[in-house]
Ligand binder design. Structure first.
Ligand code: PHE
Length: 331
């Protein structure tokens, strides 16, 4: 009996404990044998013996149960330690990046024009007055040269305000014909819902010898391009002014949000302005030494295209580096 009690106390597995329970309460166990002894007793002896036996029974029941509880807890703990998961460990699932919507839009535009045999040209972001303004027929008093519209460095260098200086650089290093686009960042000191100090443009330039290039060529290429980008939209050319093109036009597409009926995005006009263009001004040819040529140029803001294509309301969100925005462009 004491031995049983000890065995229970030192027992360290639930399986062992169940065996001991059989030894105590089973058919061939301790209590069955003890209760059989009752038959041989009478009167007061029987009562005292039975009483004792019942107390012992309660004691063992309690002992076995509490031991079982302890062992179960231990077992759980062991299991938890064995199967423990370190939540700080990398899980091996690699998160892939995604193309920024501006870059994605840029790629689409580049793809379109390279398929039409346009070359891709590049130029410096820090420009001089000649390439950014002078050669583009932007006279000294032109407002674009104002401190408010241009980031200047001390030595009269500046951050290019548009991609047009790449036109000049390309024409200076290459004889006609020219058929080029130049994508890249440009800089202007502006910051609000639709302006950021840095944004991206793509410029296009086509120059041929003689009088081959007309406004009709420009119209048709841009119409097709805009329908490729935005689907079934109407395209309209509005007379405008750029110092480096004459005649100049701004190009609108019918509003892709309201189908041209008028909404908040298009300020109820039914039209969205998407790019500037024109026939290259003869003064630009003079600056680069081209003679007897004709050509057209166009320029567009890539962020504006990306915002329209993806219905992004605030231009600034494109530059905040918030992964939650980028996650939405994963393919
Ligand atoms: N450079 C002009 C701008 O930044 C865009 C443009 C390019 C317009 C070429 C006409 C021709 O607004």
């Amino acid at each position: 009996m004491e031995e049983l009690e000890k065995s229970i106390e030192v027992c360290d597995s639930i399986r062992e404990l169940e065996k001991l329970r059989v030894n105590v309460f089973g058919k061939k166990g301790y209590f069955t044998a003890e209760f059989l002894k009752l038959k041989e007793l009478d009167g007061e002896d029987k009562r005292v013996f039975a009483n004792e036996l019942n107390k012992k029974k309660d004691f063992f029941t309690e002992l076995l149960n509490s031991k079982k509880e302890i062992l179960e807890k231990d077992e759980k703990l062991q299991l938890m330690q064995k199967d423990a998961v370190d939540v700080t460990l990398l899980n091996g699932v690699k998160s892939t990046g995604s193309l920024h919507p501006v870059m994605d839009t840029m790629d689409k535009i580049i793809e379109y024009f390279t398929a039409l045999n346009f070359s891709i040209e590049d130029g410096p972001l820090i420009e001089d007055d000649f390439h950014n303004f002078e050669a583009l027929n932007l006279p000294k008093h032109h407002p674009a040269r104002d401190m408010q519209d241009t980031f200047y460095f001390k030595d009269s260098m500046l951050l290019r305000t548009h991609t047009s200086p790449v036109q000049v650089r390309t024409m200076l290093k290459q004889k006609p014909p020219v058929r080029m686009i130049c994508p890249g960042p440009v800089f202007r000191p502006d910051l609000d819902l639709t302006h950021t100090p840095m944004f991206h443009q793509i410029e296009g330039l086509v120059v041929e010898e003689g009088k081959k290039v007309s406004f009709a060529n420009l119209k048709s290429i841009l119409e097709e391009f805009l329908q490729y980008m935005f689907g079934d939209v109407k395209v309209r050319f509005r007379p405008s002014f750029f110092p480096f093109t004459e005649p100049s036009a701004e190009v609108d597409i019918s509003c892709i949000f309201c189908g041209g009926n008028g909404c908040r995005v298009c300020s109820q006009t039914g039209w969205l302005e998407v790019l500037g263009c024109g026939i290259v001004d003869p003064n630009v040819y003079k600056a680069v030494g081209y003679k007897n040529v004709s050509g057209y140029a166009f320029g567009l803001g890539i962020e504006r295209f990306a915002m329209l294509l993806h219905k992004i309301p605030d231009l600034r969100s494109l530059f905040e580096g918030d992964l939650r925005l980028l996650e939405q462009f994963k393919c």
